[in-house]
Design a protein around this ligand. Structure first.
Ligand code: SAH
Ligand code: F3S
Length: 432
């Protein structure tokens, strides 16, 4: 049997794309996954291009794989950097056998057969393609609900690498989740670059459905107990959506609301379409209606023109919302984006200083939040056996929880009392 080494960088959608690649490859020939590059017959790097760093890393990685691969092993570069750099990847690194864009995953069996194939067509519509099934974790599933992104946030390369947004037909989504449930998954993570814009454009002009309706319909699936999604856009968080989110017991009370900046002026320059006040209002409403909710966010510091005052605005949103999780980044100028040409790019040292300050304050907040978890009881869905005799799972609101136990716990939702807390995870015991 052939062996496949696959390295996945970037977002949840890339993880799902990697699962799709594995599944599609296995339609034609059986591949066994390996974690050793030197054993692999096929080496795939599923790339991210959202910031500069992972792109720079790609070519050094290709060099390493070239050195350690076994004779005749193929190397494929897939994902967003594949779309973005296309055939230049092969020009720069002729050892690469094929380049497959983020929107062309279904063509993997074609490209592995041709030397130096490059498939990066961004108009390619995979929204109705029925991928073969494969899941890394049999207790939960990831299901794409849309491809591409129609927003043009001025810092973001994703619309360039994943193309225009097209919603996947509801029927296909329901079918895929139903199959996952029948094979052991109680939880689904719905994926899209902008999930709550669902329904804006279907390939079939007659289809009508919005995100809130989709959630309602998915929650009717028998045996499905938990629904998560990522990422929604703050602009499209209307009251209908919030009411469904807080009242539907199958929708997990965990939500990622990407802020980017707390300054209304900067949000304007980022082309995000909302103000600081709108963002605070949405978070406040969700927290009031659902006190157990956890809110995570993305923040960029050092965006062009960011003044001390703008940064103070970002800090003030952090103080008000007290995010349970923060993903924060220094602005990275990206090709094909508007912001790369903005004047007043911020000095790296200033951006670093702001990032450190933001993260330090968030750490303090997190410590306070996590202390309050001690003694709480969470319903935990166990999905992973750890090497150290522990089993891990997630609470409804997304906390990572460990307990001593064995595989009997896997696939079960059990009440757990928290006995120890740390920043990233909780330890608990079963209560009976
Ligand atoms: N809507 C997408 C966003 C993709 S990019 C989603 O579903 O997650 C993920 C995050 O990377 C963004 O929210 C933003 O905070 C960050 N990001 C995007 N472009 C960036 C850039 N040029 N520099 C720094 N961070 C960036
Ligand atoms: Fe990027 Fe904005 Fe879309 S962050 S993925 S352009 S919603």
């Amino acid at each position: 049997m052939k062996k496949l080494f696959i390295e996945t960088l970037g977002c949840a959608m890339n993880s799902r794309d990697s699962e799709h690649m594995i599944a599609e490859l296995n339609r034609e020939e059986e591949y066994q996954l390996t974690t050793e590059v030197s054993n692999a017959d096929l080496i795939i790097i599923n790339t991210c291009s959202v910031r500069e760093k992972p792109v720079a890393k790609l070519f050094s990685e290709i060099g390493i794989f070239k050195k350690y691969r076994k004779d005749g092993a193929k190397i494929g570069v897939c994902g967003c950097t594949a779309t973005h750099l296309g055939k230049d990847i092969i020009k720069r690194a002729p050892v690469v056998d094929f380049v497959l864009g983020a929107r062309n995953v279904s063509k993997i069996n074609q490209v592995i057969k041709q030397k130096h194939a490059v498939e990066v067509d961004n108009d390619y519509d995979e929204s109705s393609y029925e991928f073969a099934g494969y899941r890394t974790n049999r207790f939960k599933s990831m299901v794409n609900i849309s491809i591409g992104c129609d927003k043009q946030c001025s810092f973001c390369i994703v619309p360039e690498t994943r193309g225009d947004e097209i919603s996947i037909p509801k029927k296909l989504i329901i079918q895929e989740i139903t199959k996952a449930v029948l094979t052991g998954a109680k939880e689904v993570m719905l994926l899209g670059q902008n999930v709550n814009n669902y329904g804006r454009r279907f390939t079939d002009n007659n289809e009508r459905c919005d995100f809130t309706q989709l959630l309602k319909d998915i929650s009717q699936i028998d045996g499905l107990e938990r629904i998560r999604f990522t990422s929604p856009h703050p602009l499209h968080m209307d009251d209908d959506f919030i009411n469904e989110f807080v009242s539907n017991p199958k929708i997990c009370k965990q939500i990622h609301i990407p802020l980017q900046s707390g300054s209304t002026e900067l949000l304007k320059q980022m082309k995000r379409g909302y103000t600081k006040e709108w963002f605070l209002n949405r978070c406040d409403k969700i927290r009031k209606l659902s006190p157990e909710v956890t809110i995570s966010t993305d923040i960029i510091v050092g965006f062009p023109n960011e003044t001390d005052k703008d940064f103070e605005d970002t800090l003030s949103v952090l103080e008000e919302v007290r995010f349970e999780q923060l993903f924060s980044f220094k602005y990275s100028p990206r090709p094909h984006t508007q912001a790369i040409d903005y004047p007043n790019q911020i000095e790296a040292s200033v951006a670093s200083e702001r990032l450190t300050k933001l993260q330090a304050r968030h750490t303090e907040i997190l410590d306070e939040i996590m202390d309050l978890e001690l003694g709480k009881i969470h319903k935990v869905y166990f999905d992973e056996l750890k090497a150290n005799g522990k089993v891990s799972g997630r609470s409804d609101n997304g906390r990572l929880v460990f307990v001593e136990g064995s595989e009997e716990l896997l696939g079960k939702i059990i009440d757990i009392k928290i006995i120890k807390t740390s920043r990233g995870a909780l330890d608990g015991i079963l209560i009976d």
